[in-house]
Design a protein around this ligand. Sequence first.
Ligand code: IMP
Length: 205
Amino acid sequence: MSSELELVSATANAHKAKEIAAILGEDIRLVPRPPEVGDVEENGDTLLDNARLKARAIAEATGRPAIADDSGLEVEALGGAPGVWSARYAGEDATYADNVVKLLGELAALPDGGGARRAAFHTVALVVYPDGSEVRAEGTVAGHISTSARGEAGFGYDSVFVPDEGDGRTFAELEPEEKNAVSARGRAFRALAGKLAAGRTAAGG
Ligand code: IMP
């Protein structure tokens, strides 16, 4: 029997799935979400609520452990927006580009352009088992919002987020492994993988 842990991935976002697989490494195998499991409405008030909604739905539908995450960008000068609304900041069907344009516009409209434009990404990652138990972890990366979009890699707000732990490049200007080393998702999933490994060792698995 393989000692590889198999988890059904809740995400239908190809960018995220690729990042998560790279971060988790070879000991955890991600199984794509079955197509018959429809989209889960992310109507929770917090990142944890939304991650849990997604993982629970998949665990219940498949009878197997499911892994999910939810992330948000909080911008200080905007009172923490877009936060839990990050995916829908410019509207229900907003594209990544629409959201970036809206974010830059909101900051530019502030008297001081948002000052230092301080911002942070937060990620909550968790595994939910069919019996309802869960293991979870969080990650954060601090930085600022650039005045214009730069770079082609990544997705979402990557082209305008400049991490403090870097050389001034936006996430979209970094190699994937450079982003994963400091990103909120990288931190959350590495912590989660550590907890899962510790749990398996304790259980003799
Ligand atoms: P989700 O909850 O992880 O699907 O993320 C919600 C939204 O946050 C996404 O639609 C993106 O706009 C943004 N986002 C999440 N993760 C990242 C990231 O790693 N880089 C840039 N934007 C992200």
